[in-house]
Ligand binder design. Structure first.
Ligand code: ADP
Ligand code: ADP
Length: 230
């Protein structure tokens, strides 16, 4: 069973046809990078995977539940599929540690001591152990994004979606975020779908590269195929 499978998916914003006959299969543990011009539907595509946008036609199976089916419980999908946004969306009035511990406490009812241990370990993973008691406003963009990634990982998701995670960052902080993403891809075995313009990341980390234009998937290649046939 694939982790994520689009079958003939169509998506409209009113009359605007944003996703056109999307067929895409992502297996557990795969890292897929999605590229394409601005406005081609990349963000729409990954937002459908955790129910932030609804599909209008076709099937979208995530952990074998169809997001086009009203009976599918989106909260259960979101427990398994995390999302990292361009603009972090951290809780500004909570410390870094609290940002990471909140959802596991509320949603998973994780034991408090266990929750704290996992959060502190994740802060080590993203290289920000010294920021546990800081507030988001004290962090750079790159640090904020690494905290947002740690927060997503704290839910122990099966899949993690990244929507242009470095596009809003100062150039000098981008590499730290990409390094964390590379480490996750190599060490966590988690399924990752990454919308990005960072071709170095794609070449080094991705299993597959998907190219979108005008709401369609025009290429779906292994990384080797993609970079060897320019
Ligand atoms: P990309 O991520 O490739 O830049 P998007 O998925 O954000 O593309 O957008 C694809 C197209 O859908 C664009 O033309 C955009 O203007 C349109 N679009 C995106 N979100 C909405 C919305 N909420 N309502 C109407 N049109 C939208
Ligand atoms: P939990 O971790 O909350 O116990 P499980 O994944 O074990 O959830 O599923 C519990 C029950 O809910 C099972 O019967 C499963 O088939 C069903 N289920 C799981 N995910 C969904 C979903 N997204 N939509 C509807 N039912 C689901």
């Amino acid at each position: 069973m694939a982790m994520i499978e689009f079958k003939n998916v169509e998506k409209y914003y009113d009359k605007f046809h944003a996703l056109k006959n999307i067929n895409l299969k992502v297996e557990a543990g795969e890292v897929v990078v999605i590229i394409g011009p601005s406005g081609s539907g990349k963000s729409t595509l990954i937002r459908t995977i955790n129910g932030l946008e609804q599909v209008n036609e076709g099937q979208l199976l995530v952990t074998n539940f169809d997001l086009a089916d009203k009976k599918t419980n989106i909260d259960k999908i979101r427990k398994n599929v995390g999302m990292v946004f361009q603009h972090f969306n951290l809780y500004e009035n909570k410390t870094v540690l609290e940002n990471i511990m909140l959802a596991p406490r509320l949603v998973l009812k994780r034991d408090e001591a266990e929750n704290k241990k996992i959060a502190l370990d994740l802060l080590e993973t993203v290289g920000l152990a010294d920021k546990a008691q800081s507030y988001p406003r004290m962090l750079s963009g790159g640090q904020s994004q690494r905290i947002a990634i740690a927060r997503s990982l704290a839910m122990k998701p099966k899949a993690l979606l990244f929507d242009e995670p470095t596009s809003a960052l100062d150039p000098e902080t981008i590499d730290d975020v990409l390094k964390v993403m590379k480490d996750i891809a190599k060490n966590e075995g988690i399924t990752m779908i990454v919308v990005t313009h960072e071709m170095g990341f794609a070449r080094e980390v991705a299993d597959r590269v998907v190219f979108m234009a005008d709401g369609q998937i025009l290429e779906d290649d292994t990384t080797a195929e993609f970079f060897d046939n320019p």
